[in-house]
Design a protein around this ligand. Structure first.
Ligand code: S3P
Length: 191
C-alpha cells in the first residue's frame, strides 16, 4: 500500500526499461503524484533534432541517435527535478547510464516477455529496432537477453505486468521512499 504522505524527490527520477514497459504512462502518473514535471526524453530528442526518432535512425543510424540521446539527457538532468521517461536503449549506453546513475535516481520498470509482446502488438508507435525484425517475440527475447543484465544496474527495480498502471505507480512511489530513507536515514521521507 502506498503511503499517503507526500515527499519531494531530491533528484530527478529516471525510468528505464524496455519498449512497452510503460515508462511514459507510469512516468506521467508518478510525476503528478510527486508534484514535479514529467519529461519524455524521446520527445525532447525529436524536438531538438526537428525530426522523428524513426527518421534519425534511418538517416543517421543508431550511433548518432545514441550520441544525441546522451546530450539531451545530460541537458535535462541539468534542469529542475522532474520525472523522466527514457527510450529503451538509453541506459544501455555507458555514458548515459553513468550520467543517470550519478545525477538522478534510476528506476527499472521490469516486464515479462508476454507483457511486452502484448503491449507492443497493440502499439502504433514506430520502433526502428523492432519494425525491421520479422517476429516480434523473437526480437524481444533477444533484446531481453542483452539488456536485462544492464537494466539491473538501476538503483531501484519495480515489476510491471498486464494490469492497471496505478498499482505500479504506488510501487515506484513506495520504493523511492525506501531508497531515499536508506540513502539518508536522518532525512526520513516518512512522516
Ligand atoms: C529504443 C526505444 C524507443 C526509442 C528508440 C530506441 C530502444 O523508446 O528510444 O526507438 O533502443 O529500445 P521507447 O522505449 O519509449 O519505445
Amino acid at each position: 500500500m502506498a503511503s499517503e504522505s507526500f515527499f519531494a524527490p531530491p533528484r530527478t527520477v529516471v525510468l528505464v526499461g524496455m519498449m512497452g514497459a510503460g515508462k511514459t504512462s507510469i512516468g506521467r502518473r508518478l510525476a503528478a503524484r510527486l508534484g514535479v514535471p514529467f519529461v519524455d526524453a524521446d520527445a525532447e530528442i525529436e524536438q531538438a533534432a526537428g525530426s522523428s526518432i524513426a527518421d534519425i535512425f534511418e538517416r543517421h543510424g543508431e550511433e548518432a541517435f545514441r550520441d544525441g540521446e546522451r546530450r539531451v539527457i545530460a541537458r535535462l538532468l541539468d534542469g529542475p527535478v522532474h520525472v523522466m521517461a527514457t527510450g529503451g536503449g538509453a541506459f544501455l549506453d555507458e555514458g548515459t547510464r553513468e550520467l543517470i546513475r550519478s545525477r538522478a535516481i534510476s528506476v527499472w520498470l521490469r516486464a515479462s516477455l508476454d507483457t511486452l509482446a502484448a503491449r507492443l502488438e497493440k502499439s502504433r508507435t514506430p520502433r526502428p529496432l523492432l519494425d525491421k525484425e520479422g517476429d516480434l517475440r523473437t526480437a524481444l527475447a533477444r533484446l531481453i537477453d542483452e539488456r536485462y543484465p544492464v537494466y539491473q544496474k538501476a538503483q531501484i527495480t519495480v515489476e510491471t505486468g498486464d494490469g492497471p498502471h496505478d498499482p505500479v505507480v504506488d510501487s515506484v512511489y513506495d520504493a523511492l521512499q525506501v531508497f531515499l530513507e536508506e540513502e539518508n536515514p536522518r532525512n526520513s521521507a516518512r512522516q
